[in-house]
Structures are given as structure tokens and as C-alpha cells.
Design a protein around this ligand. Structure first.
Ligand code: IPE
Ligand code: IPE
Ligand code: MG
Length: 246
């Protein structure tokens, strides 16, 4: 990797755990358990190749509608993984963060998560953000509420509300937008993930189910990203000219 075109921020919708388990005639939970290995490998690779931000969609707000035994198993797995992985993350200089409506989580989960976040907060390497009970429409609605309250308190003039102001109220404030969003398992939808931040992301939808996602799949995604021409509304000719000038 020459490091030049490695995305600064990669976001992944980790999908296909249930189908992976079903193919083996096993319980969906088994799929989730095997997804942890893919998370580990992806985090390690991103750290090594110089990705600065990795955001993983681990549990959507809509996932609260799943059967309660699956939700309970996912919560236990989350606690277990956070406890098991924190020292390795720390060793690799990874800073853990979360985005989402954490208040909807059981207290034992948030306590463990906050401990891990605090423990790794001084790390300066990869920023690993877990999207947990996250929904983009919820996030934008919360931002609107806060800005409306500010306007009501006359702390901001409505005509001064611009994109930068809105971004300050999003949970991802301070992070660059993801250049690349990957969704595994062949599904081609966002499922309420980073709707604002993904406005200009490149999308990549490999067929591989999340528990089978390996380093080579990540590298394929980055290779594909490097071949894309990001035009941001301009013409291909303009982009070529700009490149020639560099
Ligand atoms: C993604 O895998 C993990 C979570 C949503 C928690 P799924 O559980 O959605 O797997 P499929 O889509 O049923 O295969
Ligand atoms: C979306 O996956 C959220 C995560 C991967 C955590 P789902 O598999 O729940 O999404 P839909 O409902 O099929 O779109
Ligand atoms: Mg799914």
C-alpha cells in the first residue's frame, strides 16, 4: 500500500451472520459469535495499513425488533467481546468509541463499554467506532431538536444554520465522512446507517457473509475504491486536469 489512496475512514455494515450460521444448520447466535473473528482481523488490518477511522455497524435501532433471545445473546456477546478484546485494542493503540442511543442498552453493557472507552481514550492510532443502537434518522432528529432549542434560546439565528452547524450536532462530529462504505452479504441498502455522512461515500457490496470476511476482502474493497473516480459533481475531464496539475 503506498498509503496515498487508503481511505481515511472506512465504515462497514457487518451483515450476514444469521445466513452464515443457517448454511451450517446452526443457530443464528453461532453466526454472531463467528463474526467477532472478522471484526478482530478487520481492526488489525486497518490499523496496519493506516486507515485512521473504522466505523462498524454492530446493532441498529431496528434490531431491537428481533426476538428477545437473539437480543440477549447479542448483548452478552458484546460484553464478553469488550472484556476480552480491550487489552489487545489498547496494545495496538486503538481508541474505542461508540455512536448510537446507548441509553437504550442494559446498564451492565454500558458500564463495560464506558470502561473500555475510558481505558483506550488516550490512544492515538486507529479510531474504532461501534455503531450500537444507531439509526441515522434518530441522529438527525436529535440534532434538529438541539438546534431548535438553541434557536429558541436565541443562541443561534436560523439563517446561520448551515451544514457545518448541523455536523456539530451529529454523533460523528470531528470525524471525516467515510470515503468507503462496505456492506457484506450481498444486500445493497443502508438500513439507516450514516445517511448524512455517506452523502458522497463510495459503496462496495461484496457477496461474502460477515463471518467469512477476511483481510483479502478488505484489500479487494480498497482496491476497488482506488479505481473509482470521485467526481463530487464535477466532470471527469475536470478531475483529470486537477490530477495532472498535482
Ligand atoms: C448482522 O447479521 C448482525 C446484526 C444485525 C446484529 P444478521 O444477523 O443481520 O445476519 P442475516 O442478515 O440474518 O444473515
Ligand atoms: C443492519 O443489518 C444493521 C447491522 C448490520 C448491524 P440488518 O441485517 O438488521 O438490516 P436489514 O434489516 O436486513 O436491512
Ligand atoms: Mg442482516
Amino acid at each position: 500500500m503506498d498509503g496515498i489512496k487508503v481511505p481515511e475512514h472506512i465504515a462497514i455494515i457487518m451483515d450476514g451472520n444469521g445466513r452464515w450460521a443457517k448454511k451450517l444448520g446452526l443457530n443464528r447466535i453461532f453466526g454472531h459469535r463467528n463474526g467477532v473473528r472478522a471484526v478482530r482481523e478487520t481492526v488489525e488490518t486497518c490499523g496496519k495499513i493506516g486507515v485512521k477511522y473504522l466505523t462498524l455497524y454492530a446493532f441498529s435501532m431496528e434490531n431491537w425488533n428481533r426476538p428477545s433471545d437473539e437480543i440477549e445473546a447479542l448483548m452478552s456477546l458484546l460484553i464478553e467481546s469488550v472484556i476480552k478484546e480491550t487489552s489487545e485494542l489498547d496494545k495496538n493503540n486503538v481508541q474505542l468509541r461508540t455512536i448510537g442511543n446507548l441509553s437504550s442498552f442494559p446498564e451492565n453493557v454500558t458500564v463495560k463499554l464506558n470502561q473500555a472507552i475510558e481505558f483506550t481514550s488516550k490512544n492515538t492510532g486507529l479510531v474504532l467506532t461501534l455503531a450500537l443502537s444507531y439509526g441515522s434518522r434518530w441522529e438527525i432528529t436529535e440534532a434538529v431538536k438541539k438546534i431548535a432549542a438553541k434557536a429558541l434560546a436565541q443562541e443561534i439565528e436560523p439563517e446561520n444554520i448551515n451544514e457545518n452547524v448541523i455536523e456539530q450536532y451529529l454523533t460523528t462530529y470531528g470525524m471525516p465522512d467515510p470515503e468507503l462504505i462496505i456492506r457484506t452479504s450481498g444486500e445493497q441498502r443502508l438500513s439507516n446507517f450514516l445517511l448524512w455522512q455517506g452523502a458522497y461515500s463510495e459503496f462496495y457490496f461484496p457477496e461474502v457473509l460477515w463471518p467469512d470476511f477476511k483481510k483479502k476482502d478488505l484489500m479487494n474493497a480498497i482496491d476497488e475504491y482506488r479505481r473509482r473516480e470521485r467526481r463530487f459533481g464535477k466532470t471527469g475531464e475536470q478531475i483529470k486536469q486537477e490530477k495532472d496539475l498535482i
